[in-house]
Design a protein around this ligand. Structure first.
Ligand SMILES: CC(C)(COP(=O)(O)OP(=O)(O)OC[C@H]1O[C@@H](n2cnc3c(N)ncnc32)[C@H](O)[C@@H]1OP(=O)(O)O)[C@@H](O)C(=O)NCCC(=O)NCCS
Length: 175
């Protein structure tokens, strides 16, 4: 694993990381995953994406089934490495299968320890939001994500059926 200390941080999404973010979007698309763009396309006005992220955090224009969330980007200088979303509370769906924290690392930067790091940093932000016990979930066959959660102290509560697929539900004491 690369030495991740000092250089790597969670940053508020900003114009500074736009070009690198779009490169990452293309990597996600190339692996067939639709990366969240908050309804925007890579060539659209990036400021709209940023505005949607800010509004989501404040609970402005939230769809009925969503709760406010803080989105942060794992960056190294100008380089975008991954995103994390920290939901401020759980609703029925999040309690069952979504959890408090979701994350992704761009394909070209995987298996270097960044996934483990992004969750570690996100838990600290979650703590500042008052989340003392964080629910983390992943597909039963998402071995990378399962390891990340367990390395960050996740205790498996159960596995639940999610549209025919098993989802693991873990809790992390975040005090
Ligand atoms: C899951 C994901 C975040 C992992 O990120 P990452 O940066 O590769 O994770 P790490 O490098 O910290 O790896 C953590 C551990 O998982 C292992 N791992 C990572 N990807 C793996 C995979 N596809 N299969 C098996 N093990 C894997 C690593 O080898 C490492 O193991 P180790 O601690 O024994 O060395 C990344 O693959 C991703 O973004 N996937 C798509 C989105 C996603 O699934 N998000 C999580 C939703 S719950």
């Amino acid at each position: 694993m690369k030495n991740l200390e000092n250089k790597i941080e969670l940053a508020k999404p900003s114009l500074e990381h736009r070009d690198s973010f779009f490169e990452a979007v293309r990597e996600f698309e190339a692996e067939g995953k639709s990366i969240y763009m908050h309804g925007e396309k890579p060539n659209d006005d990036f400021n709209k994406v940023l505005e949607k992220i800010r509004n989501y955090e404040k609970g402005i224009n939230l769809p009925a089934d969503r709760v406010p969330q803080t989105e942060l980007w794992l960056v190294e200088g100008n380089k975008f490495i991954g995103w994390v979303k920290i939901r401020h509370q759980l609703n029925e769906n999040l309690l069952l299968q979504g959890g408090h924290i979701g994350y992704a690392i761009r394909p070209s930067e995987r298996k270097k320890g960044y996934g483990t790091k992004i969750l570690e940093l996100a838990l600290s932000v979650a703590k500042s939001l008052g989340i003392e016990k964080a629910l983390l979930t992943c597909d039963d066959d998402n071995f990378g994500s399962g390891k990340i959660i367990e390395k960050n102290g996740g205790i498996l509560e159960n596995k639940v059926d999610n549209d025919g697929k098993l989802k693991r539900r873990y809790w992390i004491e975040n005090k």
